[in-house]
Design a protein around this ligand. Structure first.
Ligand code: 3MF
Ligand code: MG
Length: 345
C-alpha cells in the first residue's frame, strides 16, 4: 500500500521579502495569522526556530520560556497542527559572529550550548522530541581562522551535551556547504552522518536533507536522501529548488528542474519515507516581486508539484521499468521517464 504524506513548513517561509540589497516589500504577517494559513494551504506540521516559538527568549527566564512554549502548544492544538521540530537560531546573536559550537571564544561556545539546551526544552514544551540543527556559522571565511579538526571535535562535544540534556531528544543535522560561511565544516549529508557516529548515541542523531543545499554542494538531492535512508537517518527534508551555484534561492520545489524533483519524490516514495511520522518539509521563499495577497502561493504550489510528481511516480509501469533495467536499455528508460513527465506516456 502506498503511503500518504504529511506536509510542513516554517513560519519564516511566509516573509516580508527583504534581501541583502533592499528592505521589506510586504507587511509582516503576525504569527497567529500564519498559523491559520497552514491548514488552508494543505499543511499539518509547523517547523519552528526556538524564537519563533518564544520570541526574544534571551531576555526571558526559563520559567517564562516554558510558559510561553506551552501557550504555543495550545495555539497549535487550536489550529489542529503539530510541531514537527524546533531549531536553535544560532546565527543572529552577537555571541555567534564567529560561529556557535566552533567559535574560538569559550564564552561564545557556552552561549551556543546554553541556547541549544533552551531550544530542547522549548521543543518538549511545544510537544516534540525532535530538534533540527542547521550549523549556520560553523565554518570559516579564511581557513586559518579555526582549527578544522578541533572544530569537528567541538561539534561532537556539543551534540553530546544536547543528548545528555534530554534522554529522549532526537537531533537532525541540516548540512549546507556555504552561505553564510565561505566553507562550512559539515557541508553534505555524508559529513552529517559521519558526525553522528562520533557521538555518544548515534541512534538519536540523524539528518535533514535540503534540496538546494545538496545542489549547492554539487550533489544530487535524491542521492543525498538515499544515502541518509540507507543509514535510517533521513528524519526530515527541506524540499525546494535551486538554479545552479549561486546564493541559496529556496525556489518552489520542482520549479527549476522537474526531473530532479521527480527523482526526490521517487526515492522518498519507494523508501516508505513518512511511515515513521516523517514530514515532507518545504523550505521555500516567495519571490521578492510577489504581492502580499499572493505570497503563500510558493507553498501550495510546491505541495501541488510534489503530489503531481507522486502521481507520475506511482503511475509508472513497474514491470516495464524493471525489464528495461534488466535489458540495460537505459536510453529507453530515460525516454519513458521523460514521456511520463511530459504527460505523453
Ligand atoms: C538556511 C536554512 C535554514 C534552516 C532552518 C531550520 C533559515 O539555508 O535552510 O532556514 O532550514 O534554520 O533548520
Ligand atoms: Mg532549510
Amino acid at each position: 500500500m502506498p503511503g500518504t504524506f504529511r506536509f510542513s513548513f516554517g513560519p519564516w517561509n511566509i516573509h516580508e521579502g527583504a534581501d541583502p540589497f533592499g528592505p521589506m516589500v510586504r507587511p509582516t504577517v503576525p504569527f497567529a495569522e500564519k498559523l491559520t494559513l497552514y491548514k488552508k494551504l494543505g499543511f499539518d506540521g509547523v517547523q519552528f526556530h526556538d524564537d519563533d516559538a518564544v520570541p526574544e527568549l534571551n531576555d526571558k527566564s526559563s520559567a517564562q520560556i516554558e510558559k510561553e512554549a506551552q501557550e504555543m502548544r495550545r495555539m497549535l492544538e487550536g489550529e489542529g497542527l503539530v510541531a514537527e521540530f524546533v531549531a536553535p537560531r544560532l546565527w543572529e546573536d552577537s555571541r555567534t559572529i564567529d560561529g556557535g559550537f566552533t567559535a574560538n571564544s569559550e564564552r561564545d561556545r557556552q552561549y551556543a550550548i546554553d541556547r541549544t539546551r533552551q531550544c530542547i526544552d522549548i521543543a518538549r514544551a511545544v510537544g516534540t522530541n525532535f530538534m533540527v540543527v542547521w550549523l549556520a556559522r560553523e565554518g570559516t571565511y579564511i581557513r586559518e581562522a579555526k582549527d578544522a579538526k578541533l572544530a569537528v571535535e567541538r561539534l561532537v562535544t556539543a551534540i553530546n551535551q544536547m543528548l545528555a540534556h534530554d534522554s529522549d531528544i532526537r537531533i537532525a543535522i541540516e548540512p549546507k556547504p556555504n552561505e553564510p560561511m565561505d566553507l562550512a565544516y559539515i557541508p553534505t549529508i555524508g559529513h552529517a552522518i559521519g558526525l553522528s557516529y562520533l557521538t555518544d548515541d548515534p541512534s538519536r542523531v540523524g539528518s535533514l536533507v535540503e534540496s538546494a543545499h545538496a545542489i549547492l554542494a554539487g550533489l544530487d538531492p535524491s542521492d543525498e536522501m538515499a544515502y541518509a535512508l540507507a543509514h535510517n537517518k533521513l528524519w526530515s527534508v527541506h524540499l525546494n529548488d535551486q538554479n545552479g551555484l549561486k546564493f541559496d534561492e529556496d525556489k518552489a520545489f520542482g520549479a527549476v528542474d522537474l526531473r530532479r524533483a521527480f527523482m526526490q519524490v521517487w526515492v522518498l516514495d519507494r523508501s516508505g519515507y513518512g511511515r515513521n511520522g516523517e514530514f515532507v518539509g518545504l523550505d521555500v521563499k516567495a519571490m521578492r516581486t510577489q504581492k502580499a495577497e499572493q505570497a503563500t502561493q510558493h507553498l501550495s504550489n510546491s505541495r501541488e508539484i510534489f503530489l503531481a510528481l507522486l502521481d507520475v511516480v506511482r503511475g509508472l509501469d513497474a514491470e516495464r521499468i524493471d525489464s528495461l533495467i534488466a535489458e540495460r536499455n537505459y536510453e529507453l528508460l530515460e525516454m519513458e521517464i521523460i514521456r511520463a513527465l511530459m504527460g505523453r506516456s
